[in-house]
Design a protein around this ligand. Structure first.
Ligand code: KIV
Length: 259
């Protein structure tokens, strides 16, 4: 059995072999992914991928806890991060209450929350109270309604300031989403904590993708930064079509599948 990563080992990955992170929302996929990845993120993207909503904003704390418990059950040897949903960390008091709920009700090793320097003091408060925090800067999916769309981050000075403020506040790693590779590289070089990229190019200390994106289960569109390692939707459709046809033609079940 592989040994679970620790915060110290994650920090030591800065500039070393890239860290691999993937999202999962249930025990089945968590178990399949676990031997091959360093970290599993129970992202609030589950609201779109799992629940079919248009954005992540209506995700609740109860849903994050339920799905994190499922991932914990499937991937006991993985370092697991639970996303703080939109509206669950508007004040220090609320953020700490909800982060403690995640620690008490799940096996998550850390939480992740979105935002740059404006969140630094809140993050420091969480870290001072024993919570391991992963930051998330750049394109912030939880700002989609406030900003009127998903906006690629272009202000490299602001991103560097954000990364530095989060490092100073005590995060152990930062997700950097949706920016040019050249900017992402500068951001990464400006801090000593690992930067995990998504749509941020290859000069990162790690990469994260949504599990269903890399497996090709989501067909509606493919963001530029996604590489499909499997044509999952096609394979699932072929399989379910064969099952349906065999049931209708009474080819399934055979003797082998009967008592
Ligand atoms: O919720 C999520 O899946 C995420 C990743 C995009 C990093 O935050």
């Amino acid at each position: 059995m592989r040994k679970k990563l620790t915060i110290d080992k994650i920090k030591l990955a800065k500039g070393a072999t890239p860290l691999v992170m993937v999202t999962a929302y249930d025990a089945l996929f968590a178990k399949l992914f676990s031997p091959y990845v360093d970290m599993i993120l129970v992202g609030d993207s589950l609201n779109m991928v799992f629940a079919g909503k248009n954005d992540t904003l209506s995700t609740t704390m109860d849903q994050m806890i339920y799905h994190t418990q499922a991932v914990c059950a499937g991937a006991k040897e993985s370092f697991i991060i639970c996303d703080m949903p939109f509206g669950s960390y508007t004040t220090k008091k609320e953020a700490l209450h909800n982060a403690i709920r995640i620690y008490k009700e799940t096996c998550a090793d850390a939480i992740k929350l979105e935002g740059g320097k404006e969140r630094a003091s809140l993050i420091k408060h969480l870290c001072q109270n024993g919570i391991a925090v992963m930051g998330h800067i750049g394109l912030l999916p939880q700002q989609v309604r406030g900003e009127g769309g998903y906006k690629i981050a272009t202000n490299h000075e602001a991103l560097i300031e954000d990364a530095k403020a989060l490092e100073e506040a005590g995060v152990f790693a930062i997700v950097l989403e949706g920016t040019k590779s050249t900017i992402a590289k500068e951001v990464s070089e400006s801090v000593n904590v690992p930067i995990i990229g998504i749509g941020a190019g290859k000069e990162m200390d790690g990469q994260v993708l949504v599990g269903s994106d890399l497996l090709g289960f989501f067909e509606d569109f493919k963001p530029k930064f996604v590489k499909r390692y499997l044509e999952g939707a096609k394979l699932v459709k072929e399989a379910i079509q064969s099952y349906s046809q065999e049931v209708k033609e009474k080819k399934f079940p055979t003797k082998d599948h009967s008592y």
